[in-house]
Design a protein around this ligand. Structure first.
Ligand SMILES: Cc1ncc(COP(=O)(O)O)c(C=O)c1O
Length: 378
C-alpha cells in the first residue's frame, strides 16, 4: 500500500525505528551480558515478534493471554510471567508454556506450590519472587509507583526472614516508570541492602521495566557497568524487561479532521481518533501526545474526538494555521500503550494497524470491524 491508500485512524509502526531501538538494546545485552525481555503490556504487535526475537531474549507477560501470545508467536524465546495472583485453573497452563514464573506474595507461592514444584523439579520452570525495595524514585504518579506506601506489589523485606522459601531461584523488582539510569542505580543500592544477602544463592535477578534505555540521553554505559557489577559479584543472570524502550517513538497515529467547532477560546477540531478509545494513556497518565504537525508559532487549536465524552480531548496545540476539514494530522509515539489498551467505547471503530516497512511499503496488518465490537458484548 501507499500512504495515500491508508485509512484513518491508523496506528503505523515504523520498522526502521523499531530496529534502531532493538539494535541499541541488543548492544546493551551483548556488552553487559544482561538478558532483555519485551514487556508485552506495552507493545504486543505480534506481527513484529519474529523481528524482536532476533534481538531480544524473550518476553514477559502480565496475564495468561500475553503468555500464550508469546508462546505462539515468539518462536521458542524465553517466556516469563508475573501476575499479582494466579487463578487455580490457569496455573497448569501457565506452567506448561512459561519457563519463568514470578509470584507476588508468599501466600500465592505456597498456594500454588504443589503445582509449580512438579515443573520446577523437572527443570522446566524457574520460580521467582517479586520484592518491593520500598524506594520511590518518582513523584506525583502514585498510580505508576509500585513502591508507594500502599503498594500491593512485591514482598517487603520485613516479611522475609533470613532465608527465602525453598524453590525460589530468582528475585524480581519493578519500580521505575519512564526513567533514566540514575534512579535504577539508586534503587539497586537499596535493593542490595535489603535483599543482597539472598542473591548469592540465586540464579537470576530481574530489574523490571521503566528503563528508557533507547532515549538519546539515557546513560547506557552506566547501565552496562551496573549489570556487569551485579553479574560478577553475585554470579546471577540479570534480566531487564522494558516495554516502552522497545517501541519508543516507533509509531504514529494518523487521524482526519472531521469538523471544526467554534468554541469560545479557540477552534476545536473533531478528529476520528479518540483519546478515550485509541490512546487511553492520554487521559489516564495524563499526558499530551506529541503532534508532528505542531509548530512554535501560529494558531492555537484544541484537538478532540468524535465520541460524546465531553472530556475526550487530546490536547491543545499550536499549528501554523487552522487545518481544513479532511486534513490528516499525525500524533507521535503511538506504538506503546496504545493498541494494547484501546477499546470501542461509544461504538467507535478501532484504528487499522499498519507496518511501515524499511522499503517504504505500508503493510496493512489488521483491519477491525463491527464484529470486534459486537463479540465483546452480549
Ligand atoms: C512488572 C512490569 N514489568 C515491566 C513493565 C514495563 O514497563 P515500561 O513499559 O515502562 O518499560 C511494567 C509496566 O508497568 C511492569 O509493571
Amino acid at each position: 500500500m501507499r500512504y495515500e491508500e491508508l485509512r484513518t485512524p491508523s496506528y503505523i509502526v515504523i520498522e526502521k525505528k523499531l530496529k534502531e531501538n532493538l539494535e541499541l538494546l541488543y548492544d546493551v545485552q551483548r556488552r553487559s551480558g544482561a538478558k532483555i525481555l519485551l514487556a508485552q503490556k506495552a507493545f504486543s504487535m505480534f506481527r513484529v515478534y519474529p523481528l524482536i526475537a532476533e534481538y531480544l531474549t524473550g518476553t514477559t507477560a502480565s496475564g495468561i493471554y500475553e503468555a500464550r501470545l508469546a508462546h505462539e508467536e515468539m518462536g521458542g524465546s524465553e517466556n516469563h510471567v508475573f501476575e499479582p495472583a494466579y487463578k487455580d485453573d490457569e496455573m497448569e497452563e501457565i506452567l506448561g508454556i512459561c519457563d519463568h514464573v514470578y509470584f507476588n506474595s508468599l501466600s500465592q507461592l505456597e498456594h500454588h506450590r504443589s503445582v509449580w514444584e512438579k515443573y520446577a523439579v523437572e527443570g522446566n520452570v524457574s520460580v521467582g519472587l517479586r520484592v518491593n525495595p520500598e524506594y520511590s524514585t518518582q513523584e506525583g504518579h502514585e498510580i505508576y509507583d509500585p513502591c508507594s506506601p500502599k503498594s500491593r506489589l512485591g514482598v517487603r523485606s520485613s516479611s522475609l526472614g533470613d532465608k527465602l522459601p525453598s524453590g525460589i531461584e530468582g528475585l524480581h523488582m519493578h519500580t521505575l516508570c519512564e526513567q533514566g539510569f540514575e534512579p535504577l542505580r539508586d534503587t539497586f543500592k537499596v535493593f542490595e541492602e535489603k535483599f543482597g544477602k539472598f542473591l548469592y544463592e540465586l540464579k537470576w535477578i530481574n530489574l523490571g521495566g521503566g528503563h528508557h534505555i533507547t532515549k538519546d540521553d539515557y546513560d547506557r554505559e552506566g547501565l552496562i557497568e551496573l549489570i556487569k557489577y551485579i553479574r560478577s559479584k553475585y554470579e546471577v543472570e540479570v534480566y531487564l524487561e522494558p516495554g516502552e524502550a522497545i517501541a519508543l517513538d516507533a509509531g504514529i497515529l494518523i487521524t482526519e479532521v472531521m469538523d471544526i467547532v467554534d468554541t469560545p477560546d479557540m477552534p476545536t477540531l473533531i478528529l476520528d481518533a479518540s483519546a478515550a478509545c485509541h490512546m487511553p494513556d492520554v487521559l489516564e497518565m495524563p499526558y499530551t501526545p506529541p503532534l508532528l504537525d505542531a509548530s512554535d508559532d501560529g494558531v492555537k487549536v484544541r484537538l478532540a474526538s468524535r465520541t460524546c465524552l465531553a472530556g475526550d480531548v487530546i490536547g491543545e496545540y499550536t499549528l501554523p494555521s487552522v487545518p481544513s476539514i479532511g486534513d490528516i494530522l499525525t500524533f507521535g509515539d503511538m506504538a506503546i500503550y496504545s493498541m494494547v489498551k484501546n477499546n470501542t467505547f461509544n461504538g467507535m471503530p478501532l484504528p487499522d494497524i499498519v507496518l511501515l516497512k524499511e522499503d517504504g511499503e505500508y503493510e496493512l496488518v489488521k483491519r477491525f470491524g463491527y464484529t470486534d465490537f459486537k463479540e465483546r458484548l452480549s
